[in-house]
Design a protein around this ligand. Structure first.
Ligand SMILES: CCCCC/C=C\C/C=C\C=C\CC(=O)SCCNC(=O)CCNC(=O)[C@H](O)C(C)(C)COP(=O)(O)OP(=O)(O)OC[C@H]1O[C@@H](n2cnc3c(N)ncnc32)[C@H](O)[C@@H]1OP(=O)(O)O
Length: 282
């Protein structure tokens, strides 16, 4: 199902690049000068998180961790979308084993990114609803391009986002703002996100966003890396501990929710809506 990764290293002069996986759903490029790794999601058109993309993101994070990079920047190859969240097709009339694997891998990706000790930043070069927002809020810093939307819109879809999925969001926003945003399924515009503190900076292009993320990671150059790492993990340990306690039950909750006939009907209608949107554009 998932082919072994092919790692090809290009010369150490100039930026070093590894093509992360045989399937190329992500790439990892390490800048030799700064030691910062950029993980790019490349599943057109919207980086819908299907099983293969999730497995690939997880492997790339682990690869970056093992390579002892100085920091990790996550971004997207898509021009308008950072990540559209879970691939809805994975949830429509699902194969049960695959559905279980999808949710388990979403958990694994979150856990790997949220719990990594090196500095992390998201260069949000497009829309980031739901699972896209999850990735961005697992990072320590966020830079977003103008005129996009970010947020957790699960409630609108009839889903109660589990605690672990919300914990990054809650690290960033005041509880009151987070509660209102979740209950209203609010997708923040770039300007609103900056105003509320959901993102840290705005950049005019993806390149500028990546540069700003690298500058943030650079601010740690004079900080003891072990002390930094332990301090970060100390802040995140309680959320991770709670997650590990509940992760198995969380998978069962997800499966039982998605399999409910009314939810399947809702997913079908949602997919139709996305298709109609395309037809209206043409
Ligand atoms: C719907 C009910 C779900 C119930 C599930 C029950 C339990 C799940 C529990 C929790 C799950 C939580 C996490 C999640 O991530 S759920 C996913 C939520 N994601 C969204 O709601 C995003 C939907 N997409 C959009 O809003 C827009 O597409 C977007 C703003 C990202 C981009 O807009 P743009 O105008 O650029 O592009 P579109 O024309 O809309 O889309 C292009 C193309 O991509 C397809 N597509 C978009 N999003 C998804 C997706 N999440 N999964 C699969 N496919 C997606 C879209 O249909 C178009 O395809 P095509 O028509 O060109 O073939």
């Amino acid at each position: 199902m998932f082919s072994p990764r092919v790692v090809s290293l290009v010369p150490r002069t100039g930026p070093r690049r590894f093509m992360s996986t045989a399937s190329k759903l992500t790439t990892v490029e390490v800048n030799d000068k700064t030691g910062i790794a950029t993980l790019t999601m490349c599943r057109p058109p919207v980086n819908g998180q299907n099983l293969e993309l999730l497995l690939d993101i997880k492997s790339s994070i682990k690869e970056i961790e093992n390579d002892s990079s100085r920091g990790l920047i996550i971004t997207s190859a898509s021009p308008k979308v950072f990540c559209a969240g879970l691939d809805i097709l994975e949830m429509h009339k699902p194969d049960q084993q695959r559905l279980r694997a999808v949710w388990t891998e979403l958990q694994n990706v979150w856990c790997a990114l949220y719990g990594i000790s090196m500095p992390t930043a998201a260069a949000i070069n497009g829309h980031a609803p739901a699972g896209g927002c999850l990735l961005a809020t697992a990072c320590e810093y966020r830079v977003m391009v103008p005129d996009c939307r970010i947020g957790l819109n699960e409630t609108q879809l009839g889903i109660i986002a589990p605690k672990w999925l919300v914990s990054g969001f809650l690290n960033i926003l005041p509880k009151r703002v987070a509660e209102r945003a979740l209950t209203q399924s609010r997708l923040f515009t770039t300007d609103e996100a900056l105003q509320e503190g959901l993102i840290d900076e705005i950049a005019n292009s993806k390149e500028e966003a990546v540069e700003k993320c690298a500058a943030f990671i650079g601010t740690f150059s004079k900080v003891n890396p072990v002390a930094r790492a332990l301090t970060k993990l100390q802040f995140r340990a309680e959320n991770l501990r709670q997650f590990h306690k509940e992760r198995e039950q969380d998978v069962e909750n997800f499966l039982s929710l998605v399999n409910r006939p009314e939810v399947q009907k809702g997913i079908g209608a949602y997919l139709e809506g996305l298709k109609k949107k395309k037809a209206n554009k043409q």
